[in-house]
Design a protein around this ligand. Structure first.
Ligand SMILES: NC(=O)c1ccc[n+]([C@@H]2O[C@H](COP(=O)([O-])OP(=O)(O)OC[C@H]3O[C@@H](n4cnc5c(N)ncnc54)[C@H](O)[C@@H]3O)[C@@H](O)[C@H]2O)c1
Length: 384
C-alpha cells in the first residue's frame, strides 16, 4: 500500500497492478478503494496465482509466511519480489534459495537500500579503492521510539513471526554492509536484551486505561501513523483507539537492543549496534579502509569521504533521500522489471537474503548463548 503499489502505478509504462490477495476482508476492500483502477481482489493467494493476467507477485505478508508463498508463486511460474527478511529460519531460507536458484523466474528480495543513492555511492567509493582495502565497518541502526514501540504491539513481537528485530529490522543494515564488504559473513557474536520495553507494574495493559498515558512516550496515538495500513473503517473512526496494547506490558520474546561483532570471509570485521529508542530514525556507518574512512548518516543525508593524503569530500543528500528507505524502493522495482525483461539478475538475490538472515539469526543465537561466537559457515556452505 505504501511502497510497491504507488511505485508500480508510477511505472505504468512497464508494469500494471492487476490483482491483490488479502485474507482480511476489511483490508482487502480498503486496499482496492485506495489503489483505485481495475484491480482484482482475491481472498487467497492460490486464486491470485491462478489468474493468467499475473506475471509477477510481490510477497508482502508477515515474515514467517514468505517461504510457503514463494514456493506457491514459483510453482505457478510467477516472478517474485519477496519482502525482507527472506524468512525467519535458516531452514526456510535455504529451501527458498535452492528453489529460486533452480527456477527460471526472477526472485528478488526487498532490500531497497542496495538501490538507494546513498548506498550505491558508498559502494562505488569503496570499490574505487580511494580509501584502500576495507578493514573494518561500524554500523548502527537506530529506530525512532514510537516506531520501535509499534513492534512491541504487533505480530513482530514474537520471534516465531518475525525472527526478532535483528532479523526483521536490522536485516537491511546487515544487507548493505554485506554488499559493500563484498563477502560472506563467517562468524558473529552479540549481546542484547530487552531493557526498555519491559513490564511496568504501574501501567495498564491498554493505553486507554492507563494512568501513565499522559507522559508515556510510547502511548498509542490514534491520530498518528502507526506503521500499519489502516482500513477505511478504521480511518472513519479516528477517535477509536485501535491497537493500543501497552508496548511495555505486552507479551513478547524479542530484544529491544543489541551490540555485536562479526567477521567476513575476506577478513573485514564489523561492529554493530541496534536500538529502538531513538529520537529519530537513523542508520550510521563508518567504513574504514587501509587509506582512509567513509562515514554516513542516513537521517542527516551526509556522506563524508576522508582519503589519506587527499581532500575531505562531504556530500549532503536531498531531504527526499533521507528517510528509512533512502529513495530505494522505486529503483528496486525498476531493477526487478529489468531482470524480468531479460536483463542482469537482481543484486538483492536469495544469496543476499541468506547472508543477511544468517548474520541476524546468528547474532540472535549468540545473545541467547551469552555472547558465544556463532559459526555461520555451515549454514552458508554451497551458496553462490
Ligand atoms: N522493505 C521494507 O523496508 C519493509 C517495510 C515494511 C514492511 N516490510 C515487510 O513487508 C511484510 C509485511 O509487513 P507489514 O508491516 O505490511 O505487515 P501487515 O501485518 O501490516 O500486513 C501484512 C498483510 O498480509 C496479510 N496476509 C497474511 N497472510 C497472508 C497470506 N497467506 N496471503 C496473503 N496475505 C496474507 C495480512 O492479513 C496483512 O494484511 C513483512 O515481511 C515486512 O517485513 C518491508
Amino acid at each position: 500500500m505504501y511502497f510497491f503499489g504507488p511505485d508500480i502505478q508510477r511505472n505504468a509504462d512497464r508494469a500494471k497492478l492487476v490483482a491483490l490477495a488479502e485474507p482480511d476482508q476489511g483490508r482487502r476492500s480498503s486496499a482496492i478503494d485506495d489503489l483505485g483502477g481495475d484491480i482484482r481482489a482475491y481472498g487467497d493467494i492460490e486464486e491470485l496465482l491462478g489468474d493468467p493476467k499475473v506475471d509477477a507477485v510481490i510477497i508482502a505478508s508477515p515474515d514467517f509466511t514468505h517461504q510457503e508463498l514463494l514456493d506457491k508463486a514459483l510453482d505457478a511460474g510467477k516472478h517474485v519480489i519477496c519482502e525482507k527478511p527472506m524468512a525467519t529460519t535458516l531452514d526456510d531460507a535455504r529451501h527458498m534459495a535452492r528453489r529460486a536458484q533452480a527456477a527460471p523466474q526472477v526472485v528478488q528480495i526487498g532490500f531497497m537500500l542496495r538501490y538507494a543513492p546513498m548506498f550505491v555511492r558508498i559502494k562505488e567509493i569503496v570499490d574505487s579503492g580511494i580509501i584502500g582495502d576495507l578493514v573494518q565497518v561500524s554500523a548502527a541502526e537506530i529506530i525512532e521510539y514510537y516506531h520501535g514501540a509499534s513492534f512491541y504491539r504487533r505480530w513482530q513481537r514474537f520471534r516465531k513471526n518475525s525472527g526478532g528485530l535483528l532479523v526483521h529490522k536490522a536485516c537491511h543494515a546487515f544487507d548493505v554492509v554485506n554488499w559493500i564488504v563484498g563477502s560472506a559473513p563467517t562468524q558473529v557474536s552479540a549481546t542484547g536484551n530487552n531493557d526498555t520495553f519491559v513490564a511496568k507494574p504501574d501501567a495498564a495493559s491498554r493505553c486507554r486505561d492507563c494512568s501513565l498515558a499522559p507522559t508515556c512516550p510510547a502511548v498509542y496515538r490514534d491520530d498518528a501513523y502507526n506503521y500499519v495500513y489502516p482500513t477505511v473503517a478504521e480511518r472513519a473512526n479516528p477517535g477509536e483507539l485501535g491497537n493500543d496494547i501497552c508496548a511495555f506490558n505486552s507479551e513478547k520474546d524479542i530484544i529491544d537492543n543489541a551490540t555485536g561483532m562479526a567477521s567476513y570471509e575476506n577478513g573485514v570485521r564489523l561492529s554493530f549496534n541496534f536500538a529502538t529508542t531513538g529520537q529519530r530514525h537513523d542508520r550510521r556507518f563508518m567504513f574504514v579502509g587501509q587509506r582512509g574512512v567513509v562515514t554516513a548518516s542516513q537521517a542527516d543525508g551526509t556522506l563524508v569521504v576522508e582519503p589519506v593524503g587527499g581532500e575531505i569530500e562531504t556530500t549532503v543528500l536531498p531531504e527526499e533521500l533521507r528517510d528509512e528507505h533512502g529513495g530505494g524502493d522505486e529503483y528496486l522495482l525498476q531493477s526487478f522489471l529489468d531482470s524480468v525483461a531479460g536483463g542482469e539478475p537482481p543484486a538483492a538475490d536469495v544469496v543476499a537474503g541468506m547472508h543477511s538472515l544468517a548474520l541476524a539469526l546468528g547474532a540472535t543465537e549468540s545473545i541467547d548463548r551469552d555472547g558465544a561466537a556463532v559459526d555461520l559457515r555451515p549454514h552458508l556452505e554451497g551458496l553462490s
